[in-house]
Design a protein around this ligand. Structure first.
Ligand code: GLU
Length: 562
């Protein structure tokens, strides 16, 4: 197969110029040629001179001329532009956005590290703050001492930082208990709430038969006295609660006189010394109002809460924010339940919160997924009410778009066997670190008579091309192979449909464990991968992987996707 480099440059420079409205950098187009047609690599100088002329020609054309030339020479490349343009990422407009933009909040409970479900809430709210301007409150909802562990605060802040949200302020609900008490007292004083000392079973029976409990008719004075006693710790857990007066004959029993404060004796709260705890509906309303939240985006599992919260807004005479409730999202193939994660970490089934079998953001980051990919996919999923299944494939495709242009390429050889190559001259393979980005430089692999290749690649092949090196005839010999040098012609390799396989000079490879949720692949990789700790690389023909750790003679990498 032959290609005219001049024509190749001309067409791709045109396409690039049409897409980006500017003439591309020489390196980009040159890299494309070398990546697709490695046979031109030895002629890099000549190619670069031809390209210089071509770029000048393209530069001299007007934007309209460029479009019509491209239409004439490669109309399919013009189509690619249209398709790209059609994919506009965005969410529908919000109603009632004021002059100063919006005030949104992300309100996780510190019950464990954040996962993809949290990321959805975080990024949807973040999107609108970026779109309209305004404030974004990170509100840590730590009002349930049973679900707060001290280490979780740090985990949550790390995860929020990783997501790169446009947070303007951080609020801890545990710092605001006096505010909740003050508002609780107000509701009692105005007769909108009462103290209930019924045991929970008898209250449930009354409620289910639409009957009020005897406490509902207590005087305000009696209620205030009980409130003070409750705050003073005179009532143990389970014996007392504050209820909001709603509609005892409401068709939905969950709306009937629900609880807004309770006593919790144990465990103690890690941050404050409290016995009386606000229920989520009370603290959320008070905070949403006092923090000036204009729009709330949350899952539709909160729809009932939105209704309950409506009563509290009404009692205070406050305006409710605008709400959007998005549908449920099921996330397969990973563990998401905090208790299952905790248990697994305890029993050493998982290595920690970032074990790659978990759906935590930490685990996803460890696998080399970038926060922008999670952001993009979340916005694509959107705020619709229908229930959906999270697509890992889509996340991987998004991530690939981000990491592909940035990641250096290396050889990884799983299941390696050593082969002496008969009749082969010593030579050095000079390989670009990135096929489309010359600026990343090259890597050199020196061949001195022997190499390692993957047994899986050699098995069943009679002729292969060792990538960027030479061709060879393969003859199986028991457990190993006879490998005989067969020239350097890429055309011949293509004609013979020879597999192009990765290889390493003997003594060059460093041990590399490539881990994925499916298991471990042991192999060897180029020793220069040592300099890529924490980075994402592409192991050619294997896929993208994050270099997790580099220990003297062992690299541990996590597979991201192909
Ligand atoms: N802290 C609540 C949760 O994580 C969110 C409360 C809300 O969005 O109103 O489910």
């Amino acid at each position: 197969m032959s290609v005219d480099p001049r024509e190749f440059f001309y067409i791709h420079a045109l396409q690039n110029a049409v897409q980006h409205n500017s003439v591309p950098k020489a390196g980009t187009v040159l890299g494309m040629l070398m990546g697709n047609y490695p046979e031109f690599r030895p002629q890099a100088k000549e190619m670069s001179a031809i390209l210089g002329d071509v770029l000048k020609e393209v530069m001299a054309l007007s934007p309209e001329e460029r479009v019509s030339k491209l239409k004439e020479l490669a109309p399919e490349l013009l189509e690619q532009k249209k398709e790209k343009k059609e994919k506009v990422r965005g969410l529908r407009d919000l109603k009632n956005v004021g002059e100063n933009g919006v005030v949104m909040r992300f309100a996780p409970n510190p019950s464990g590290p954040l996962h993809l479900g949290h990321a959805r809430a975080a990024y949807l709210n973040d999107y609108y703050v970026r779109k309209y301007g305004g404030r974004y409150v990170l509100r840590i909802e730590d009002t349930d001492p049973r679900r707060v562990e001290p280490e979780n605060y740090g985990l949550l802040l790390e995860d929020a930082a990783w997501m790169d949200l446009k947070i303007t302020e951080t609020v801890y609900q545990s710092d605001r208990f006096e505010i909740y008490y003050e508002h609780g007292r107000k509701l009692i004083e105005q007769g909108s709430a009462y103290i209930c000392t019924c045991d929970s079973e008898s209250f449930r029976e009354l409620k289910n038969s639409k009957k009020t409990c005897p406490c509902r008719s207590n005087s305000v004075e009696k209620n205030l006295k009980l409130w003070e006693d409750m705050l003073a710790g005179k009532y143990p857990e389970g014996t007392i609660t504050v209820r909001l007066k709603t509609e005892i004959d409401h068709p939905d029993p969950a709306m009937r006189d629900f609880s807004i404060f309770r006593v919790v004796d144990t465990p103690p709260h890690p941050k404050i010394d409290a016995k009386v705890y606000p229920m989520m509906n009370l603290s959320v309303v008070v905070d949403d109002h006092l923090l000036g939240i204009t729009h709330v985006i949350r899952g539709k599992d909160h729809i009932a809460n939105t209704r309950r919260q409506g009563y509290i807004y009404e009692y205070f005479g406050w305006k409710q924010p605008e709400y959007l409730h998005y549908g449920r999202m099921s996330i397969g193939d990973v563990v998401l339940s905090t208790s299952a994660m905790k248990e697994g970490i305890k029993t050493k089934k998982y290595t920690g919160w970032d074990d790659i079998h978990l759906g935590t953001l930490k685990a996803i980051a460890r696998r080399g997924i970038r926060p922008e990919a999670v952001r993009n996919i979340t916005i694509d999923i959107g705020v619709g009410q229908s229930d959906i299944k999270f697509s890992w494939e889509n996340l991987f495709a998004e991530n690939k778009q981000i990491v592909d242009p940035e990641s250096n390429r290396y050889f990884f050889v799983p299941n390696p066997v050593k082969c002496a190559v008969e009749d082969a001259p010593e030579c050095t393979a000079t390989i670009p670190k990135h096929p489309n980005d010359e600026s990343k430089g090259v890597r050199h692999l020196e061949f001195k008579g022997s190499l390692v290749a993957s047994k899986d690649d050699l098995q069943g092949c009679s002729f292969v091309r060792f990538k960027d090196l030479f061709n060879a005839t393969i003859i199986p010999e028991g457990d190993s192979f006879r490998v005989i040098y067969a020239g350097t012609s890429l055309d011949e390799a293509r004609e013979k449909k020879a597999p192009i396989i990765q290889w390493l000079p003997v003594n060059e490879g460093i041990r590399c464990n490539l881990l994925s949720p499916e298991g471990l692949i042991e192999g060897l990789c180029e020793s220069s991968v040592i300099s890529e700790e924490s980075e994402i690389v592409q192991f050619e023909r294997v896929g993208f992987a994050r270099i997790d750790s580099v220990k003297e003679s062992l690299i541990t990498a996590y597979f991201a996707h192909r």
